[in-house]
Design a protein around this ligand. Structure first.
Ligand SMILES: *Cc1c(COP(=O)(O)O)cnc(C)c1O
Length: 440
């Protein structure tokens, strides 16, 4: 299996090469050169999430050096469940994607990528330096996933004072091979610094740089796996293909669901639930594609004005009518998010994070005839305890903190202040690199 760039100006790359590169050299995103086809029967005997992942991803890694290790990689990555829980009285189920170490769905992708990259580092190679700019959730999931992985170091850059206390703790509590940099600037400054580092001759001469951002294939494919496992379970139990409502920002989670359906999994409708960042919804309503600046909302992990994975969706469905058939979208403002959190707690005892609440709101608005084509599933992308400041006043009670998060909160935290300049980042990274693997 080979991967080509959505922009068509890069040489084809194998699975491992695409994982190591992240972005294609022409700035595009890697997509399969040809699509595998899988039938439900191909998954006979696969019951666990790890087994479904291995079977699903096998054709995507065909011929690659990691192909023979996919079983071990999936077992290493999928150490926590993605349960499908009916919401009593609501007429739909919720796919809980928040049982990983940092209580958001990004743990699946980050852990799978970490399991792959660890196996790609030869024992004698210099360490791989992973640079991540984060506005919150991504950095925590990546730090947790790569913590103590041999041969890999992680530098997480986050904007000082602009992430929530819980998010800051998830970025700074690791130590060892994970270094957190508190940048005196905005998220955009962090991102600009990381981009500058990747093209800096001095850093490139001393470090093997890689990124673990959400456009990496190694984060996308494992996300297709839990959609596949869920669809198979529903199909086996009811003989019907479930439809999904997916809280969306950069479209990584939703695109993974689209890919799962594209290779043959029994999945019905796919609905994108957006916050006030409405670029995708406007395009699906017929306007020309127009990326925007992001708007800050309560569902902050979805504050994306120019979703990168739109490029992959458009590669699959170049004509707008086909795209409009493949997915639909709805937009939910902060007022509706607040009301939905309060209402669904009162009606069903359900506690949503602000992101999950956008999907619950889209479900609540859905016309009866479309609902009847179910079964419907909403994706719960984060545990509400990560957003206590927002959720608790709305439901009038404490949100119980899951054990995994409680453990993180107890770890000591440390970070290094960083001026938003390339020379400062160079100075911070290079001595550490010369000191070798594990030194921080
Ligand atoms: C990242 C994130 C999203 C958005 O997912 P995309 O793949 O970027 O569309 C939604 N909810 C939560 C909690 C997230 O962390």
């Amino acid at each position: 299996m080979h991967y080509v760039s959505t922009r068509g100006e890069s040489p084809a790359a194998g699975f491992s090469a695409a994982l190591l590169a992240g972005l294609a050299p022409d700035g595009g995103l890697y997509v399969p050169a040809a699509w595998p086809r899988l039938a439900v029967a191909d998954f006979d005997g696969c019951t666990s999430l790890a087994q479904v992942a291995e079977r699903l991803i096998a054709p995507f890694a065909a011929g690659d050096e990691l192909a023979g290790q996919l079983g071990a990689i999936a077992a290493d990555a999928f150490t926590f469940p993605a349960p499908l829980v009916p919401v009593a009285g609501a007429g739909y189920s919720v796919l809980e994607l928040f049982h990983g170490p940092t209580a958001a769905f990004k743990d699946f992708g980050a852990r799978f990528l970490a399991a792959c990259l660890t196996r790609l580092r030869a024992a004698d190679a210099r360490p791989l330096e992973i640079l991540v700019a984060t506005s919150g959730d991504t950095g925590g999931a990546v730090a947790a996933a790569f913590h103590r992985r041999p041969g890999i170091r992680v530098a997480v850059l986050f904007p000082r004072g602009l992430v929530s206390p819980a998010q800051a703790q998830q970025l700074t509590c690791w130590g060892e091979n994970v270094q957190a940099f508190e940048v005196r600037g905005s998220f955009d400054d962090c991102q600009r610094l990381v981009k500058a580092a990747f093209v800096d001759p001095q850093l490139r001469a001393h470090l093997d740089l890689s990124s673990a951002n959400s456009i990496n294939l190694g984060r996308l494919l494992p996300q297709a796996a839990y959609h596949a496992a869920t669809a198979l379970a529903v199909w086996r139990a009811e003989g019907r293909a479930p439809s999904f409502v997916i809280p969306s920002g950069n479209l990584g989670n939703a695109l993974a669901c689209v890919w799962a359906r594209h290779v043959g999994l029994p999945i019905g409708d796919i609905v994108l639930a957006h916050n006030a960042n409405r670029a995708v919804a406007d395009h699906l309503a017929g306007k020309p594609w127009q990326p925007r600046r992001s708007i800050a909302t309560l569902a902050s992990a979805m504050d994306v004005g120019a979703p990168s994975n739109m490029e992959r969706l458009q590669a699959l469905f170049p004509a707008l009518p086909d795209l409009q058939t493949a997915v639909t979208a709805d937009v939910v403002d902060d007022g509706a998010i607040r009301r939905r959190i309060a209402d669904d707690y009162r009606a069903y005892g359900a506690i949503w994070c602000p992101h999950t609440a956008t999907a619950a709101e889209v479900m609540a608005r859905m016309p009866a005839e479309r609902r009847a084509r179910g079964p419907w599933i909403i994706a719960a992308t984060a545990h509400p305890a990560k957003f206590r400041e927002i959720v608790e006043p709305l439901i009038g009670r404490d949100v119980p903190v899951p054990e995994s998060l409680a453990q993180l909160y107890e770890r000591p935290s440390a970070s290094t202040a960083l001026e938003p300049r390339l020379d400062a980042l160079r100075a911070a990274l290079l001595p550490a690199a010369a000191a070798g693997e594990g030194g921080a």
